[in-house]
Design a protein around this ligand. Structure first.
Ligand code: KG4
Ligand code: ZN
Length: 363
């Protein structure tokens, strides 16, 4: 089966081809224009998608060595995301699907993150880092049921995923997303945009115990993580805490302790993510954990999850960093899973884009 997938939900213009069950190309063009503004400017993102979509799609087809006439399905992000940005990719896909007389599969991009641990690019194996398993069984993909943590710039969500692509959202952020917590606190430290990767890099040489920042919605801010079935997250308190912590610090102090401050911020964000995911696994009696979304590229978070899963004998699946942030390979992969399970309903070309998250696998 040959699928072309397109993802334009935020500031990455991406196209991928899935051929015979495997990713044959995955082109991602990250829009650098937003760095000047310290955040994504929606109107500029839409215009950049307009400019990039044709060359990116051509590059994906060329790299996969496939002609447009060989495509059997077009899959595209229909939401959630910046509505203008989503519309560029979705409308392009509608036009292409119509011209080629092939079905259009609209995809919820957060659901694509959830199932991004099913991406198979041929090199995908546990040992080379697509996924790691600590239960001894060298499985390539998560087995159902599993707990999924999706942590991106716009979303933080815990889900219990059952067989057949059914899932139940069991927790989400009540304010900022985990990625936003990295980006906003990083902005206070003048680390540019997005600040997640910069904090990650600096944290590697810092002391995570340098300062104890609050861990949202945990029973004790002291680090003793106990919850009463509360799987929601909150990161706005951390943002305020970092702001007031920095208020009376000199520039010299911040410069001298930048790595320590970054490590402490990262500790506050990642500890709560890992602890709540583990607590959810326990509550639902699940032994498999899947972590996805841009923040899952964070090396500190990966280490914590690896240690936690090893200790409990859980299998852990995290996509390669290239598949953690927004990419069309995950859109193609979810489209394939839906086709395999007969979840694809015939769609008209009147499917609309949506901006905020609601579970809707049957779009
Ligand atoms: O999934 P994604 O590419 O886009 C959204 O759907 O939001 O996630 C982007 C987010 C940004 O907030 C970025 O700072 C964060 O992922 N991110 C990281 C790392 N790499 C990307 N956060 C922490 N550590 C990283 N290494
Ligand atoms: Zn995303």
């Amino acid at each position: 089966m040959n699928i072309l997938a397109i993802e334009t939900s935020c500031d990455e213009t991406s196209a991928a081809v899935l051929k015979g069950g495997r990713i044959a190309s995955n082109i991602i063009s990250s829009q650098l224009i937003h760095q000047t503004y310290g955040g994504v400017v929606p109107e500029l993102a839409s215009r950049e998608h307009e400019r990039l979509i044709v060359p990116v799609v051509h590059a994906a087809l060329e790299q996969a060595n496939i002609k447009k006439s060989e495509l059997e399905f077009i899959a595209a992000t229909a939401g959630p995301g910046l509505i203008g940005a989503v519309l560029v990719g979705l409308n392009f896909s509608k036009a292409l699907a119509f011209a080629l007389r092939v079905p259009l599969i609209p995809i919820n991009h957060i659901e694509a993150h959830i199932f991004s641990t099913f991406i198979d690019d041929g090199s995908a194996s546990i040992v080379n880092g697509l996924a790691s398993s600590h239960d001894g069984s060298q499985k390539k993909f998560p087995s159902f049921p599993f707990i999924s943590l999706t942590v991106s710039g716009g979303h933080t969500m815990l889900a219990f995923v059952q067989e057949d692509l059914n899932y139940q959202v069991i927790g989400k952020t009540i304010d900022d997303a985990a990625g936003e917590a990295f980006d906003k606190t990083g902005k206070m430290l003048e680390l540019g945009y997005p600040a997640g990767p910069a904090i990650d890099k600096l944290a590697q040489t810092g002391d995570a115990r340098f300062h104890l920042f609050p861990q949202g919605l945990t029973k004790h801010a002291s680090g003793d993580l106990r919850f009463e079935n509360n799987f929601d997250f909150s990161f706005s308190g951390l943002k305020t805490a970092v702001q007031s912590y920095l208020r009376d610090k000199s520039t010299a102090f911040v410069a001298a302790h930048l790595a320590d401050i970054c490590a402490s911020i990262q500790e506050a964000i990642t500890s709560v993510l890992v602890a709540k995911t583990m607590a959810a696994a326990e509550k639902f009696g699940v032994k498999t954990i899947s972590v996805a979304g841009g923040v899952s590229a964070n090396s500190g978070l990966r280490k914590k999850f690896e240690a936690g899963c090893r200790e409990r004998g859980h299998a852990l699946f995290i996509p390669k960093p290239i598949y953690s942030t927004d990419n069309a390979a995950m859109i193609a992969t979810l489209a394939q899973l839906k086709i395999d399970r007969g979840h694809v309903e015939p769609h008209g070309y009147d499917v609309s884009a949506f901006s905020s998250f609601e579970p809707r696998l049957t779009l």
